[in-house]
Design a protein around this ligand. Structure first.
Ligand SMILES: Nc1nc2c(ncn2[C@@H]2O[C@H](COP(=O)(O)OP(=O)(O)OP(=O)(O)O)[C@@H](O)[C@H]2O)c(=O)[nH]1
Length: 412
């Protein structure tokens, strides 16, 4: 990623270059006037250009025209801006403008660049029955490099959400034929939690209770139409920032910090409440509990770091073996559990036997050592018991596998 800074003040240019290089880790070129900016833009493709509005050879914002003319997203730095200039710059399609006031202004620029880089991978769905309104919102989002999808009503929005994975933000109008904004949010929240997707409501309805109603229905924020560019972008970026924060908290609570697989808490929270229904339906459900054999020796001989790397590799191999169908968690130090919905004892046993064999056949290449390791596994199929009871039976089977020589799978 390459960034262009067009700035005649050597102090400002140096500060910006330093901060961007340090915090974003990309190459920064500096142009001190329009002529050198033109030459650099000819030579390189830039992810974004941060440009001063007034340069010695371009006193009237010609640098903005130059940058936008080369299809490069443009952030404008300026000492001041009157309302007419502001309107003109926004119409031209700049990403944002920043006043050169203090160090927080430069921090804002760096944060904005980092946000733009993230936005490139962020999908946003816009649901609105007005084509004009959709286009307006799409343009604003595309200026900030989002991947934008559109739906002309609530039903189509649900269709898109069913077919496209990874949509992080839904922006929905209130008044739409068929499924309106409220109903759409309710339906979306049945499938997507607040950790998975953020929602912003829009409306030009003057009902002053709308904001609260949208938020009570599951939206994260609400915008009254018509809105100004700056407010739209602030709301979108705040909403996505809080989504990111909620997601991080969720990850800290539910994922194992070392291997990245689910943790014990997630495993029990997810499956304990499901067991009564699975029993009622007569569905097959098995669990496996596994433990790397003589793992203490790995730590004792090669050190804790190598032990950690083995656990990571073990979790990776197990994830690959299981595919999307089954759930894996690290439930203890070197102990992993697998939940296998739809598998009876026999099928669970053969799946685990395949995995045991693969561990035995392929040594772990960690740091400079090749470690031949094995795993013992206990399997149990759901009977008339709680998840605790089922896990205890799998644990007993694992204990038997250890006791009868290790490197084997035993079903209870
Ligand atoms: N490197 C590393 N080691 C861990 C971690 N958690 C637990 N352990 C180690 O795992 C080892 C478990 O050893 P034991 O329970 O005695 O069993 P074992 O050596 O695996 O032998 P068996 O299970 O009887 O085959 C201990 O040395 C723990 O310190 C971890 O997060 N990282």
């Amino acid at each position: 990623m390459r960034i262009l800074v067009v700035e005649d003040s050597s102090v400002v240019a140096r500060v910006l270059k330093h901060m961007i290089t340090l915090q974003i880790g990309c190459t920064v070129d500096v142009a001190v006037d329009l002529a050198s900016a033109r030459a650099l833009l000819r030579e390189h493709e830039y992810f974004v250009a941060v440009t001063d509005l007034n340069l010695p050879d371009a006193p009237n914002g010609e640098s903005v025209e130059l940058v936008l003319g080369s299809h490069t997203p443009c952030i404008v730095l300026t000492g001041s801006l009157d309302p007419a200039q502001r309107r003109r710059l926004l119409q031209m399609g700049i990403v944002d403008y920043v006043f050169k006031e203090n160090r927080f202004s430069y921090e804002y620029v760096v944060k904005l660049i980092a946000t733009l880089a993230r936005n490139r991978a962020t999908k946003v769905l816009v649901a609105d029955d007005s084509a004009l309104s959709r286009k307006f919102v799409r343009n604003l989002l595309e200026l900030h490099l989002f991947q934008v999808l559109e739906a002309e009503d609530g039903a189509r929005a649900l269709e898109v959400l069913g077919r496209e994975s990874g949509i992080r933000l839904l922006i929905t109008d209130y008044n739409m034929p068929g499924i309106d904004g409220f109903e759409l949010i309710l339906r979306v929240r049945e499938k997507f939690s607040r950790e998975e997707m953020a929602i912003i409501g829009l409306s030009n309805d003057t009902d002053e209770t709308l904001t609260a109603r949208f938020i009570k229905n599951g939206a994260n924020d609400f915008l009254q139409k018509p809105f100004v560019h700056e407010e739209f972008h602030c709301r979108v970026s705040n909403t996505l920032e809080s989504l990111e924060m909620v997601r991080k908290l969720w990850e800290q609570a539910n994922l194992d910090y070392l291997t990245g697989v689910y943790n014990r808490r997630f495993f029990f929270d997810k499956f304990a409440p499901q067991l009564p229904t699975l029993k009622e339906q007569g569905a097959s459900f098995s669990v496996a509990l596994m433990d790397v054999d003589f793992f203490k020796r790995v730590n004792d001989t090669h050190g804790h770091d190598v032990g950690d790397a083995v656990l990571k590799e073990f979790a990776k191999r197990l994830t690959e073996s299981l595919g999307q169908h089954f759930t894996l968690a690290r439930v203890g130090g070197e102990e992993f559990a697998v939940a296998m919905k739809g598998l009876d004892k026999g099928r669970a046993l053969s799946l685990m036997e395949g995995f045991r064999r693969r561990i035995e056949e392929t040594p772990f290449a960690v740091a400079t050592v090749d470690l031949a390791l094995t795993v013992s596994i206990g399997v149990a199929e759901l009977g008339d018991e709680s998840l605790d009871g089922l896990m205890k039976r799998a644990d007993l089977a694992l204990y038997q596998a250890k006791g009868s020589g290790r490197n084997r799978v035993i079903a209870s």
